[in-house]
Design a protein around this ligand. Sequence first.
Ligand code: 1CP
Length: 353
Amino acid sequence: MTNRAFNDAFLKACRKEAVPHVPVWYMRQAGRYQPEYRAIRQQYSFFEINENPEVCAQVTRLPVEQLGVDAAILFADIMTPIKTIGVDVRIVEGKGPVISNPVRALADVKRLGDLAPERDLPYIRETIRLLREQLSVPLIGFAGAPFTLASYLIEGGPSKDYHKTKGFMYSRPQEWQALMDKLAAVTIAYLSWQIEAGAQAVQVFDSWVGSVASDDYEKYIAPTMMNIFAEIRKTGVPTIYFGSGTAHLLKIWNQLPVDVLSVDWRISIDEVRELGIDKALQGNLDPSMLLAPWEALIEKVKAIVDQGKKKPGYIFNLGHGVFPEADAAVLKRLTDWIHEYTKAEAVKERVES
Ligand code: 1CP
C-alpha cells in the first residue's frame, strides 16, 4: 500500500513551489452525490461514520480513488469538536447541523467546556493514522473558524442572514470576544491534534464570514484569526483559509499568517492578484457550473486555470462545496482534464526553452 509514489503536487502548490501539474481537490468531495456514500449512510448516522475510524477512512478515500484528486480531506464536520464541549448537535438530513441549546448569553458561553482531544477525539487520531498508511496523496485536516462556528451556536442551525449572530457581536462585544476566545482555543487544540496525528495541511472553513463588513471583520474577528494562524504556523504545516463572498476581506486576509487563500467565483483569480494578494490561491469554480454542458464548463475551467497557473502557488478547487445533485463522472472527467491540460503545458514549456 505504501510503495506507490507519493503525489506531493498539492503541498508544493501550498508552498508556492513548481508543480508537475495543477493540483485539484474539491471541498465536500466526500458526500451525498456519491452512491457509495449514500449506501454507507443507510447504515450509519453522520457522527457514527465520523467516530468509526475504519469507516471514516473509507469515506475519506472514496473521492481520492474515484476522482483521482491530489489531496484527501478528513471526513468530519466543522461541528465535530463542538459536540464534545457540551453542545447538543445533530446533523439533520437536508438541512445541516442543528443545536438544541443555542448560545445566546455570557452564561451560555461559560458553560462551554474545553476541548481535550486525547479524551474527546481519540478516533480522529486513529482515522488519520490509518489514512496516512493508505493514501498516496496528502491528507488535509480542517476546522471551522470561530465566526462560522458561532453562527451555528447562536442561530441554532443554518441561517441566511446571521442576524442573531451579528446582533450578538454588535450589542455585546465583550461576550462576543469571550465566545471568540473559547472557539479559537477549540480550533487551535483541534487542528494541533490533527497535525500531531499526521494531517499534512489544514484548512480553516469560515464559510459565512463574508456576511461581515470589512471594518467590522478587522475589529471583531481578525485578532482571533491572527491568533489561530500564528499558533498553527509554529507547526510548519501549510494552512488554508476559506470563505465565501469574501472579496472585500482579501486585503485583510493577506496580512494574516496563513499560506493559502481559498476564494469563490464572485471574484476572478486575476482580480485577486490585482488587489496585491501575494499568497498562494485556491479556487474558484462556481459549483453550479458542474450542471452546465461540458463545453461551457471547460471554457470556464480553462479561463480559471490559465489565470491560476500564471504564478506558482495555485490549487484548483470549487468556490464552495460539491452538492448532492453533482455528478461524480463530471468531477472525474474535470480532474483528468485539468491534470492533462496543465501537464501538457509544463512539457511544452520545457521543450520550447
Ligand atoms: O447527512 C449527511 O450525510 C450530511 C451531509 C454532510 C457532509 C457530507 C454534512 C452536514 N457535513 C458533511 C461533511 C463535511 N462538512 C466535510 C467533509 C469533508 C469533505 O469531503 O470535504 C467538510 C469539510 C464539512 C465542513 C462544513 N460543514 C462546513 C464548511 C464548508 C462549507 O460547506 O461551507 C460547513 C458550513 C458545515 C456545516 C454543515 N454540515 C452539514 C451540512 C449540510 C452543512 C451546511 C449547512 C448550512 O448550509 O449551514
